[in-house]
Design a protein around this ligand. Sequence first.
Ligand code: PLP
Length: 456
Amino acid sequence: MQYKYLLDEKDMPTHWYNILTDMKKKPPFYRHPATLEELAPPGPPMPPPVFPMALIEQEFSPERYIEIPDEVADVLKMWRPSPVYRAARWEKALDTPAKIYYKWEGVSPPGSHKPNTAVAQAYYAKAEGLEGVATETGAGQWGSALSFATNYFGLKCKIFMVAISFQQKPYRRIAMETWGGSVVPSPSSETNAGRAVLEQDPESPGSLGIAISEALEYAVTHDGYKYSLGSVVNFVLLHQTVIGQEAMKQMEMAGDYPDIVIGCAGGGSNAAGLIFPFMKDKLTGAKPNLRAIFVESTACPSMTRGVYAYDWGDTAKTGPVAKMHTVGHSFIPAPVHAGGLRYHGMAPSICALLDQGQAESRAYHQNEVLSSAVGFARAEGFIVAPETAHAVKAVMDEALACKESGESKVILFNASGHGHFDLAAYDAYFRQDLPDYQLDESRIEVALTELPKIPA
Ligand SMILES: *Cc1c(COP(=O)(O)O)cnc(C)c1O
């Protein structure tokens, strides 16, 4: 039995893959946050231009493959290519005829897939002559990744961290500071957006939507700064496609092609990173039966209970409006441990695929998710992040369905990160102190009344 599939450094992908070029029906253009007018290129893509120009060009690029700069590849090679494992011991524990593989992104120094885009974004910010970048972080994974990356390019990094995570996860803050980042809890008193929320609720646990508003405001009000985003937009998903391109080679080494590809989805970047290069085969007709499953938290069920509509990407309505599955920009999800799955929207490209029936979505509660992650850890050894555990649960369900039907399907999932900073979630699970949030439909309904009214 071969347990792992490793690639040489020279086998790292040389290009990122742009799935939009293979989608027959693409997601619609963004809209202006105030006028709601369509922002079709070559007009100004996002008001204000909050990202480095090179990234904005990638966001709207007509190219199928975009070359990875040497300086970016150089840093990625610290841990890439990452391994693919055959979860043989877990298959045995589940007593399933399914073959399970996972791509392990926990090997990066910050411990997740996020530096795949953080390194690229830091590189382009430096190339544009910036002094620093501002960003938000939920559980602290994205902030860690960006602190790690900016450090290599001599850039400053200002991070607004969702207050509840700032309190629950001090170790991530310390990691960010170790790499040189500057971290404040959000809502903060440093921005108008933060002060407005604090006035309403001084004890606000914060949300990704609020933190995004703060980081955006900080970036546009400080010279030499631009904004950096860890998920959702096309260029981030693009940078993550190194995951799936590597995994395709590794599955070839294993002599298998997946029937089902699975990833957990907060804004959708790690799942897309694994899935999009395989989805190319589905969209072009080579693998019409491939199933792609995006897994979210029941506490923030944008794909499974939200609407497919235009919405603002952030709470203060300063960022662009995108068509996506959303539970509303003002929705503040319960403080589940999977902080990275607490975003109200979802990547527009994934939403378009869901809408076109090319992909599936599902949601799970945190106890069932942690339970499956414990089973995974006891079989495979790796303790995964609470976000990743959502994918683990979906894989387990598919593997058990194979046991029922006797089918030996090949399942591949993205193990997006390790859970070494999230052990409190496991602890709460063991102590039976982990709430499953039964989300009231009325909470979503209220948030949805605030969607923008798009002119016909
Ligand atoms: C941030 C994060 C996620 C969720 O973000 P996506 O953009 O949906 O990938 C998932 N897993 C881990 C480990 C993360 O850090």
